[in-house]
Design a protein around this ligand. Structure first.
Ligand SMILES: Cc1cc2nc3c(=O)[nH]c(=O)nc-3n(C[C@H](O)[C@H](O)[C@H](O)COP(=O)(O)OP(=O)(O)OC[C@H]3O[C@@H](n4cnc5c(N)ncnc54)[C@H](O)[C@@H]3O)c2cc1C
Length: 387
């Protein structure tokens, strides 16, 4: 299906997160028909999600509707299920993508969209590592809906603890907030939650404060393992002084409706359990990367410095779902946002990004201290957008 009658090349963007959002803000819609496919019709400012979960930031202030971000793009609320770079139309024109509209739950309605270039910016999904009960009983910290549901559950647990019929043991269990995962998201959420419970809720529920516990469980011997040791120690000491009980070398082997089960047989009663133990590739990424050479050891799509997926025609990838070969960048909003704008500038400048296209190194690259290193090429006017 070609969505518009114009003869402009179609750039299909999968996703509405940091990478896709920044790309559609910069891409020239006079040059391209831009079609955005994502199950989420808005961009989310993820760094503020923990504050939304505790109610200190209103969730609406984190969102921007995609139709507002760039009214000139065509947006489809759908989820891309398969992407066939070698589709019926052959290389270049006429490649196919198949999507299932989420609102048609009983019999999914499918459509195929023609594109000239596809940009995969679908991020990653929470990894459960197959631990039983996680999907059913834990909260995640990925979408605004997660944060809103979590906020409601925290309030419910405090009200439950206030009821006259609630026993001491039930009160203690209801107010034990367990966070699984000592990475940046888990650590930030545990600290934010503890501050909120002990500073803000203290005023509403002073009698319940002796029962409140925030427990952070980490499977290895330190938290924030991707940072240096001094930072790890500082974070640990800050968390502890704000009242978080940090337990390291603890492996969760199961979660049921009221207990977190630890390796070795220990069981922890809990009121709310937040799972923040890492990310895994989305099924679409695994499908695209079915050729082993396109999948990095971390299960990301390997791309070159032009963000072209290795070995594929007219297929680009950026953000958390990708890995730039020879230049491993952290999976952060800053990287995804800058890659989105970078790719838009390349497209706006008319670079041929298909296989066999431009093979020289990119005209610029980010260097430490956030300065811009510019090579002497005609692309000198380009600059990176820093969100
Ligand atoms: C709670 C939290 C706090 C964070 N704090 C920070 C921070 O302070 N600083 C920082 O730099 N980074 C932070 N991050 C990380 C940052 O959010 C990610 O690195 C960033 O979102 C990656 O951007 P992305 O575009 O690759 O993917 P995402 O932003 O995850 O976007 C993926 C998009 O793809 C869509 N999608 C999924 N599947 C499909 C499909 N099959 N078809 C079409 N679309 C699909 C999704 O709906 C979504 O719109 C935080 C993350 C979280 C969860």
């Amino acid at each position: 299906m070609r969505l518009r009658s114009s003869t402009k090349p179609v750039v299909l963007v999968l996703g509405s997160g940091w990478g896709a959002h920044s790309l559609i803000k910069v891409i020239d819609t006079d040059m391209y028909d831009v079609v955005v496919v994502s199950p989420r019709n808005h961009f989310v400012f993820t760094p503020m999600l923990p504050s939304t979960a505790v109610g200190t930031v209103e969730f609406r202030s984190l969102l921007e509707p995609i139709r507002t971000s760039n009214p000139c793009v065509t947006y489809l609320e759908a989820q891309c299920e398969t992407l066939d770079p070698e589709g019926e139309g052959g290389g270049g024109e006429g490649l196919l993508v198949q999507s299932t509209h989420l609102l048609q739950l009983s019999k999914p309605w499918q459509m195929q969209i023609q594109y000239d270039k596809a940009v995969v910016a679908v991020g990653e999904q929470p990894a459960t590592f197959g631990v039983p009960g996680v999907k059913e009983h834990c909260f995640f910290m990925k979408e605004v809906t997660d944060a809103v549901a979590l906020r409601k559950k925290i309030a419910e647990k405090f009200e439950l603890a206030c009821l006259p019929g609630t026993s001491e043991q039930q009160r203690r269990a209801a107010l034990n907030f367990v966070v699984v995962g000592g990475g940046p998201t888990g650590v930030e959420f545990a600290g934010t939650l503890s501050d909120f419970l002990r500073e803000d809720l203290r005023k509403k529920y002073p009698a319940l404060m002796p029962y409140v516990r925030v427990t952070l469980l980490q499977s290895v011997s330190s938290i924030l393992t991707q940072f240096d040791e001094r930072l790890q120690r500082n974070a640990l000491s800050n968390l502890t002084s704000s009242g978080v009980e940090v337990r390291t070398n603890v492996r969760v082997v199961g979660v049921n409706k009221d207990k977190v089960l630890l390796k070795g047989g220990e069981e922890l009663d809990y009121g709310v359990c937040v799972w923040s133990a890492g990310n895994a590739p989305r099924p679409l990424v695994t499908q695209i990367a079915s050729e082993a050479s396109r999948l990095s050891p971390g299960s990301k799509l390997c791309v070159d410095s032009f963000l072209r997926v290795v070995g594929a025609s007219d297929l680009l990838a950026l953000g958390d779902c990708s890995l730039v070969l020879g230049n491993r960048l952290p999976a952060t909003a800053q990287v995804a946002g800058q890659q989105g704008a970078y790719l838009a500038h390349l497209l706006n400048s008319g670079y041929n990004l298909g296989v066999g296209g431009y093979t020289q190194p990119p005209p610029f690259q980010v260097v430490p201290r956030c300065t811009l290193q510019v090579r002497r090429t005609k692309a000198q006017r380009m600059c990176l957008y820093v969100p």
